[in-house]
Design a binder for this molecule. Structure first.
Ligand SMILES: C[S@@+](CC[C@H](N)C(=O)[O-])C[C@H]1O[C@@H](n2cnc3c(N)ncnc32)[C@H](O)[C@@H]1O
Length: 271
């Protein structure tokens, strides 16, 4: 199990714990069960962050041991959670909070890469608030993006409408979104929380590219493979060895999603 994200904003996920009572706690539910319970809860609560304290108190007063509660919280994780509902809750909160800072400009690597390219069909994986999708659509690309965050997708659609461009948005996690085969001239993975350490998922990404298609990747560079979506040094070169690597950089720079200089990795590869 991966460790919780360093971005974990100490979020509302504690609230999910209320769904699994003391008896289930004794049975030590795993991620799937905890995730399912969280999802049920999330679907019926509009403002998870406000309910957190009450739910946590309810859980504890319902007899679930604090240690067990903490174990489940750690399993759910935060923004990089493998539980789609937990990730959605974390990012809905981020996108709904105007004090959280991240870039709303298109990713610079993407802009550089597509400049001069003939537009085609693009897929924006974990598209977030759509900064890259809207940029691509504005330059003639036919764009599909998917993400688990309803809040992110709604901002993306509004941004597309105000830029007077069309984008297709799909509210799904990487766990269920069908990448298809030979579908895309461009696949964008910009700070995307997807399992880049899973060879089967990487193969699906490569299969989904059309011959001649381009894959653009930028994210934090991690020290271990524990973090969902964050590769370690050189890992992307091995993962995407079946493609032609046309650009690869490990750099120290301010990330699009960070207020500090930190290690980043960038890859551009062609099929
Ligand atoms: C750091 S943001 C990056 C967003 C966008 N690509 C960008 O560069 O601005 C990570 C995105 O991953 C999404 N995400 C998290 N878990 C996901 C999952 N299981 N499937 C799809 N998207 C997910 C989040 O909702 C969030 O929008």
């Amino acid at each position: 199990m991966r460790k919780p994200s360093p971005w974990n904003p100490g979020i509302a996920l504690i609230a999910s714990l209320a769904f699994i009572g003391p008896s289930a706690a004794a049975a030590q539910p795993g991620l799937q069960e905890i995730c399912r319970d969280f999802q049920t809860w999330h679907e019926t609560h509009d403002s998870p962050e406000r309910a957190t304290a009450a739910y946590f108190a309810e859980l504890i007063s319902g007899g679930v041991a604090r240690e067990e509660a903490e174990r489940r919280l750690a399993l759910l994780g935060g923004s990089g959670s493998e539980c789609p509902a937990a990730a959605a809750a974390a990012f809905d909160r981020i996108y709904g909070d105007s004090t959280v800072r991240f870039s709303t400009e298109p990713n610079a690597l993407l802009v550089e890469t597509v400049t001069g390219m003939k537009p085609g069909r693009a897929l924006d994986v974990a598209m977030g608030q759509g900064r890259n999708s809207v940029f691509l659509a504005s330059t003639g690309w036919e764009v599909t993006g998917f993400d688990v965050s309803a809040e992110g997708l709604s901002i993306a659609r509004a941004a597309a409408a105000s830029a007077k461009v069309e984008i297709r948005t799909v509210q799904q996690g990487w766990q269920e979104f069908d990448l298809g085969k030979q579908q895309w001239d461009l696949i964008v993975l910009s700070y995307a929380w997807v399992p880049i350490d899973d060879p089967a998922y990487v193969e699906r990404l490569c299969d989904a590219l059309r011959p001649g298609g381009t894959l653009v990747f930028e994210h934090m560079l991690g020290e271990s493979r524990d973090e969902l979506g964050i590769p370690e040094t050189q890992q992307l070169l091995r993962a995407f060895a079946s493609l032609r690597i046309v650009r690869y950089e490990e750099i120290e720079q301010r990330g699009d999603w960070h207020n500090e200089v930190l290690p980043l990795v960038r890859l551009v590869a062609r099929k």
